[in-house]
Design a protein around this ligand. Sequence first.
Ligand code: NDP
Ligand code: ZN
Length: 182
Amino acid sequence: MQTPPNSLAALIQAVAFAADKHRNQRRKDAEASPYINHPIALANVLANEGGVQDVTVLCAAVLHDTIEDTETTADELRALFGDQVASVVLEVTDDKSLDKAVRKQLQIEHAPHISPQAQLVKLADKISNVRDILASPPADWSPERKQAYFDWAAAVVAGLRGVHPGLEEVFDGLYARRLGAG
Ligand code: NDP
Ligand code: ZN
C-alpha cells in the first residue's frame, strides 16, 4: 500500500524496504560493512549536513541503489512510494547493460540535465563515496585508483554545481583531502 507521499511514514517505509532489498549485500570496505549503511548515509548527509527537508529527495536517497543493485523494479517503487520518488530513483540509476566506462562517462554528461531532486541525491552519493574512500576504502584499491575515483566524482559534481552550494562545499573539502589519502 502506498503511504501518503512526502510523509514521515513514507520515509520510514523506504528505509525498511531498502534494508530488506539490500539485506544480503555488503560494501567493499575491508570490514564489509552492511550495504544499507550507504543509502542511510546519503539521507543523513542531505537532512543533517544539507538541511534538506524534501521527503521525496530523502526517500529517493534511501532507495537510490535498489533498482541498480537489487531485483527491485520501477513499478514496485511506483506502487509503494508514488511516481515522483520512483522517477528520481530512475534518474540516478545507471543502465547496467552498458560497459562500465560508458556508464561513468554518461554520469558526467547527464548530471547537468537531471532534475534538481536527482542532482541532490547524486551529490550526496558522491559525498558518501569519497568519504568512504577516505575513511574505509575498498581493501585492494591502489592510491592511483582512489585518485581516479576522486577525479571522476569531481567531474560528475562539476555538472551539479548550483544545486546546493553548502553540500558542494562539503564535497570540495573531501576532495581537497584526497592527496593525504594514500
Ligand atoms: P567501482 O565502480 O568498482 O567502485 C566504486 C563504487 O563502489 C562506488 O561508486 C560505490 O558505488 C561502491 N562502493 C562500495 N563500497 C565502497 C567503499 N567502501 N568506498 C567507496 N565506494 C564503495 O570503481 P571504479 O571502477 O570507479 O574505479 C575507480 C577508478 O579506478 C576508475 O575511474 C577507473 O578508471 C580506475 N580503475 C578501475 C579499475 C576497474 O577494474 N574498474 C581498475 C583500475 C583502475 P555505489 O554508490 O553505487 O554503491
Ligand atoms: Zn550509492
